[in-house]
Design a protein around this ligand. Structure first.
Ligand code: NI
Length: 178
């Protein structure tokens, strides 16, 4: 399976609010596997369906090797994810995004959370997350609502990033593809 194409700024699709998934079948599972493959190849630790142009509420992630390089892969598929609890405590962490290549900035978010979702078999699950996983889940769930991590930055910084990518896309449409 060839990896899927990841869309990047200033693609307007990134601002779409994704629709819930109503049927979990083999086609969807195949798509989830393709998303995982695309994420590993990029490489990244999380990917939302809208980042490959599909406005559905699904994301894949794997933070296992971010915290321990020798760890084996631990791919996860979250369908219709919903954060049902945030911690009061927050944490500042540097974030990047496969749809905003080579740009990193510090973002403050709740440090821990509980997320409710359907797994790849359609089974309802709940999971507590902290550390990089909690940050990653929030970043990816934001994508499903058309929100990007640069939205947490000052307007000045955000406009600068958007301008840079808009200019780049105009000069060479393929230059930002990872
Ligand atoms: Ni992202």
């Amino acid at each position: 399976m060839p990896p899927l194409e990841i869309i990047t700024l200033p693609d307007r699709k990134l601002r779409l609010v994704s629709d819930p998934i109503e049927r979990i079948d083999d086609d969807l599972r195949r798509f989830a596997d393709q998303m995982l493959e695309t994420m590993y190849e990029a490489p990244g630790i999380g990917l939302a369906a809208i980042q490959v142009g599909v406005p559905r509420r699904m994301l894949v992630l794997d933070v296992a090797q971010r915290e321990d390089e020798t760890a084996s892969r631990d791919p996860m598929v979250l369908i219709n994810p919903e954060v049902v609890r945030f911690s009061d405590e927050s944490i500042v962490r540097e974030e990047g995004c496969l749809s905003i290549p080579e740009y990193y900035a510090e973002v403050e978010r709740p440090a821990e959370l509980r997320v409710r979702f359907l797994d790849r078999d359609g089974k309802p699950r709940e999971m507590d997350a902290k550390g990089v996983l909690a940050t990653c889940i929030q970043h990816e769930v934001d994508h499903l609502d058309g929100k990007l991590f640069i939205d947490y930055l000052s307007k000045l910084k955000r406009d600068m990033v958007i301008r840079k990518f808009t200019k780049q896309a105009r000069l060479s449409p393929k230059s930002t593809a990872l």
